[in-house]
Design a protein around this ligand. Structure first.
Ligand SMILES: C[S@@+](CC[C@H](N)C(=O)[O-])C[C@H]1O[C@@H](n2cnc3c(N)ncnc32)[C@H](O)[C@@H]1O
Length: 330
């Protein structure tokens, strides 16, 4: 796919109906020979719309008007290029905890949480946020994570987390204002509610900053998992990460995680892990599959807005003890 096609595709399939500003901008860039030539000097992985638009927003540039965006981008390319080369798209969405919570709450407590691809680690605090599943509220304080749930009753308890740690190729620091500004810039312009949620979640995380290790989810996972305390259920989890990982490395990761004690929760696009069958998705939006120990359980929306169960999530405690997760195949 050429860069022009990539931007046209982004406008039609990702930004359409979600971000009018990015839809306009992306379509304009797809027809803008000057900006396309600048992007052409970057490695292909660095030409993504989200990265360019995020950097321009981070630098305070205009993203509502394509003509103003063009002028700003061409005039300031040197500084834009430097930011693009050093930054990556690492959107950290605390809202995803709302789809992880039902599974976390059903596992034997207490939990030792290990998130791979943690970004700034905001999904490591599922016990500290409040949740609203329709009329059912659980937890207190901010942020309140709203989630529409079908196919099962909402959870009735928060997990008891006694250890939390994350792994990322490039961990971001919730106590570093520049990192937080970058996370804000990655949120699409119209999503003001998500920016408010990010600030609330950052405040929660900054009050007890997460332990985040710079490392790879295959090579560095066993050593970090070995640090989890005995007596707690180790839960390795990840959300919207594996699409960034090449297929052979995803397979290597699945092998490593199946070899660990405890449980494995994934919340990823349907095509990144090999499921035998998946039911028809509830709608045409881009959805993730929530799975426990390789067994798909539910469709989820990408920022945790909804969860549609298609399999039972409850795991009897006796089964958990007798049949560790690596006995379950995807
Ligand atoms: C889109 S972000 C998602 C962050 C977080 N999981 C969430 O749901 O909000 C993906 C993260 O995965 C990280 N990542 C990608 N490949 C990785 C790898 N091989 N090992 C560790 N982290 C990786 C990226 O650096 C990035 O921070």
């Amino acid at each position: 796919m050429t860069t022009a096609m990539r931007y046209a595709d982004f406008a039609a399939h990702e930004a359409h109906d979600v971000s009018p500003a990015y839809e306009r901008l992306s379509l304009a860039v797809s027809r803008d020979d000057e900006v396309l030539a600048l992007l052409g000097m970057l490695p292909p992985i660095k030409r993504q719309p989200n990265l360019l638009f995020g950097v321009v927003r981070f630098l305070g540039g205009p993203v509502q008007d394509p003509a103003a965006f063009h002028r700003y981008t061409v005039r300031n390319w040197q500084v834009i290029e430097a930011e693009i080369r050093t930054r990556t798209t690492q959107t950290n969405e605390a809202g995803r905890c709302a789809v992880l919570l039902p599974v976390l709450a059903a596992l034997p407590q207490p939990l030792a949480l290990l998130e791979v691809g943690a970004s700034a680690g905001l999904c490591l605090y599922p016990d500290r946020y409040a949740y609203r599943y329709g009329d059912h509220v659980i937890g207190c304080g901010e942020p309140i994570l709203d989630c529409a749930m079908t196919g099962a009753a909402p959870p009735t308890r928060l997990p008891d987390v006694v250890w939390r740690s994350g792994l990322d190729l490039n961990p971001l620091d919730v106590t570093d204002p520049a990192d937080v500004e970058w996370l804000e810039a990655l949120i699409w312009p119209e999503h003001t509610h998500r920016r408010a949620r990010l600030r609330d979640a950052v405040a929660v995380a900054a009050s007890e900053p997460p332990s985040l290790l710079r490392g790879d989810l295959v090579d560095d996972l066993p050593a970090l998992a070995a640090q989890a305390p005995a007596g707690a259920t180790l839960v390795v989890f990840h959300s919207s990460v594996l699409y960034q990982v090449p297929k052979p490395r995803r397979e290597a990761f699945a092998d490593v995680v199946r070899g660990l004690p405890g449980h494995w929760i994934s919340n990823e696009a349907p095509d990144v892990l090999p499921y035998d069958t998946l039911p028809t998705p509830p709608d045409a939006s881009s959805l993730n599959v929530l799975a426990l120990d390789g067994r798909p359980l539910a469709w989820t929306r990408s920022h945790g807005q909804s969860i549609a169960w298609f399999a039972r999530r409850e795991i009897p405690d006796d089964q958990v003890e007798q049949e560790p997760h690596h006995g379950l195949q995807p």
